[in-house]
Each structure stands twice: as C-alpha cells, then as structure tokens.
Design a protein around this ligand. Structure first.
Ligand code: GAP
Length: 442
C-alpha cells in the first residue's frame, strides 16, 4: 500500500486559529489554569467533553456495535506489573533521551538534529533510553514490592483477558476485543496542543486471527480504518496510509501502517495498524504459565492466534476532526467562521433558539427542545440577536438551528436553518423530527 500523494500543503496559521477557538468556545482548557497549568496537560470543556464522547461513540459504533465479530471490555488502568514485564514495556518502551549540557533542556534524540533546539548548542550528551511508563505505588508502602505502572496502552488488558473472553463468549478467530480509555506516557517532549500529551485517550481493538490469514486481515483493517476517518468528514486529500520502515517498528510488530493526517505542521500519525503476530499471547503464556491458545475443533488442534491491532488516539482524532472542519466563508457580505463537523461528531446536533426571551415563546421552544433532546444533544440559547446566535452555532459546528418566532404560536411552524448552506426553511412542527432525522442520521 503506497502513501497517497497530495497537492495540499500544511497550514501553520490554522494551528493557532483552532487552538484559540478551542479555548474561547470551551472545547479545551489548559489544565488547572488558575495555578498556571501543568505543561501539556489539558481539560476538556463542555464542548470538548461532548465532542470527545462523540468521537469515541463513532469509533464504538463502527468497531463494536455494527459488527458481530468484536466484543468490548473495560480493563483496569493499574494492573499487575508482571503484565508490563511480559509485554516488553518495562525493557523496551523507551525513547532516546539527550541532555543539552549548556541550557539543561532534555530532548528526544530522534526528533532533533545535532544541536539543541532551545539554545543552539552542540554540546549534547549521548542518547540513552528513557522509559515512558509512569511508576506509582499501590497501598501505603512505597517500596519496590508495591510498584505499579499506569498503563501506556489499553492493549494489554485485552491480551491478558483473552481466555476469559473466549470462555464467556461464543467467539472464535477471527474475532476482536475492543476498548477505549485513558493511557499515560511520560513523553519527553509533549506538545502541539493535544497531539502529544502525557495523559490521553485511546481506542484500540485486538483482532485475533489464524496465523496464515494475518496479512489479509492487516490489509482489511488498514482500509476499514482509513474509511472511518473519511466517513466522519475528513477529506481524502488530508489522509494517507504510510507503511513503517523496518527501523521504526515497535518491539512487538512485524509490520505497521499508520493512518496519517495532514496536520498544520505536516503529516502526522492518527492511528497505527500493527501486525503484532503472536508476540503478546506468547509472552503472557510464557510469563504466566497459562497457555493463551485457541482450540480449533475443526482441525482438533490448539494454536496461538496472531493479532491485528488498529490503535487510535481519541484526543488526537478529535484535534484532526476540528482542524479538518475549520472553515471561513462570507454570508450576506459578512465573514463567518464555521466548523463543518460531521453531525455525529459535532458537540451539539441541534440548537433551539426562541426569537425573543419573551415568556410567550418559552413554553413552545422548551417543548420542542425536550422532544428533540430524547434523540439529540441540543443547545438552548435565547440571548442576543438571532443572526449572532446563528454565528455562534456555526462556530461550534451545530448542523441545525430551530427558531421559534411569534408566528410559530399561530401556524405551528418553525424555521429550520442549515449550518453549511445557511438556508432557512419554514417547517410544520409536526414534520420537524422527520426532517431533522433525515439530515442528521446516517
Ligand atoms: N497499542 C498500540 C499503541 O499503543 P501507538 O502508536 O503507540 O500504538 C496509538 O498509539 C495511538 O495513540 C497513536 O496513533 C496516537 O493517535 C495515540 N497516541 C499515542 N501517544 C500519544 C500521546 N502521547 N498523546 C496523544 N495521543 C497519543
């Protein structure tokens, strides 16, 4: 699979624009800002929390709900440290660290040339491996016997539960186990907003297959995952699939392809689709003494399945969706900012806007709001001129606005406004739910 060529180029100014919008409109805040924050750690505000949940649910829908060969689990963040010994993370989950002897900054050796990006000095130490796992202690004793680690990936929770899932479901290879959740990595140089943070959310699926079928399934999952980003609104030209060079591969992988997105600074990884072979099941079998195998009744043989793993970042995907959706256009001679988010990804699907704050409109507007809230996440906004309220909704990506005016009380009709075309149509309240479903449901 060759990377797709593109005529597009990165857009550095877009980065600041979108980061500012995220802060101004309540998508993402620097964490604990009143205390000066903590480097590269973020809190997701009202809109960010909604959007993150939508990204996760869109993944869940296509990876779990719409399939009959994938089951979910929700494993612990803190687990037995032997898991990380067996998985190779204690020994090999490292990045090469260098110190600048002049300004004392620390860098990832593979991300800089031969001089310090901060002061320009070439007086750098030799690179040495730095383990990215966060260590902590379980219980009231801080000695090595009580050491534990925050998970750096959700994947291991699925490998160690392989037999539990086999025994409690009717699944047999090819089948997958999926989960979403927080992961923690003590990144040497976090940055680029939520692109690389020390705490982030992942969406991972381990797909167990007969060993001989693994190349075919690897290709299948590469295509599926690329399609998912397209389905939720990222243009083809901003996506590509890039196979890893041999020297880039993780310690567990025999082959990985990344889905990459054209970030404002250039191409960057959104998701890795790895062929993990039987690396993890074999390692956990050896370390635990429990054979993690499947018994194939057809051939009367035990075998260790190979694993294809699509592993995506929820927080990183959210950033890509925001960057891809950002647009500015001119409507009726006035410049507007619009997030052209897919309706399933947008924080709110519908905004209900009574034309005036007057009590006479409130009961009808609230009744419409409450009936729509059963199916959609809705915003209710009754202050400011209606034009400004439309602009506010455009800027946060709300696909539809429903305006209740004084005529509505007489004709039982409302105005339905479309974010992308800005077209407004008058529709009977009785037909509203059907029209909204036609526009919003896939
Ligand atoms: N289990 C495989 C695995 O962990 P990975 O490529 O290291 O693979 C998967 O991580 C995805 O998680 C990445 O493609 C990226 O989207 C996201 N990710 C990884 N490290 C991250 C970080 N420090 N901050 C935000 N997202 C990160």
């Amino acid at each position: 699979m060759e990377p797709t060529e593109t005529a597009l180029s990165p857009d550095p100014a877009l980065f600041d624009t979108v980061v500012n919008l995220c802060k101004r409109r309540g998508f993402v805040f620097p964490s604990a800002e009143i205390y000066g924050g903590i480097r590269s750690t973020y809190d997701y505000g009202p809109l960010g929390a909604l959007m993150l949940r939508n990204v996760r649910e869109a993944w869940w829908r296509s990876m779990v709900q719409e399939r009959d060969d994938v089951v979910p689990i929700d494993a612990a963040v803190l687990t037995n440290p032997k898991v990380w010994e067996a998985s190779g993370h204690l020994a090999a989950f490292t990045d090469p660290l260098v110190d600048c002897r002049n300004c004392k900054e620390r860098w990832r050796a593979d991300q800089i040339g031969d001089e310090c990006p901060n002061c320009g000095s070439k007086d750098l130490t030799e690179a040495r491996p730095f383990n990215l796992m966060f260590k902590t202690f379980v219980g009231p004793v801080s000695d090595s016997a009580a050491a534990a680690y925050l998970r750096p990936e959700t994947a291991q929770g699925m490998f160690v539960n392989f037999l539990n899932v086999l025994q409690t479901t009717r699944k047999r290879p090819p089948f997958g186990i999926a989960q979403t959740g927080r992961a923690f990595r003590n990144e040497i140089t976090p940055g680029n907003f939520v692109f690389r943070t020390r705490e982030f959310e992942m969406m991972e699926m381990e797909y167990f297959v007969p060993p001989a079928d693994s190349p075919r399934w690897h290709e299948y999952w590469c295509n599926e995952r690329l399609d998912w980003y397209r389905r939720y609104g990222i243009a083809e030209s901003m996506l590509r699939l890039r196979p890893h060079e041999a020297d880039e591969l993780s310690h567990y992988s025999s082959g990985t392809s990344d889905v990459e997105f054209l970030f404002p600074w250039g191409w960057g990884e959104l998701e890795g689709i790895a062929n993990r072979t039987d690396f993890d099941l074999r390692a956990h079998s050896e370390h635990s003494g429990v054979k993690l195998e499947y018994f194939d009744q057809a051939t009367n043989e035990h075998y260790m399945p190979h694993v294809i793993e699509p592993a995506a970042g929820t927080t990183r995907a959210m950033m890509a969706f925001l960057l891809a959706a950002y647009d500015e256009d001119v409507v009726a001679g006035e410049q507007r900012t619009v997030l052209r988010l897919h309706p399933r990804i947008a924080p709110y699907q519908v905004a209900v806007l009574p034309l005036s704050k007057k009590d006479t409109l409130t009961p009808m507007a609230k009744e419409i709001l409450h009936s729509l809230q059963r199916r959609y996440v809705c915003e209710y906004d009754e202050t400011q001129a209606i034009g400004r309220r439309y602009r506010r909704q455009d800027e946060i990506g709300t696909p539809l606005c429903v305006t209740v005016d004084f005529d509505s009380l007489e004709d039982h009709a409302v105005t339905l406004r479309d974010r992308d075309s800005t077209q407004q149509v008058r529709v009977p309240v009785a037909e509203l739910a059907g029209l909204i479903a036609a526009r919003l449901d896939e």
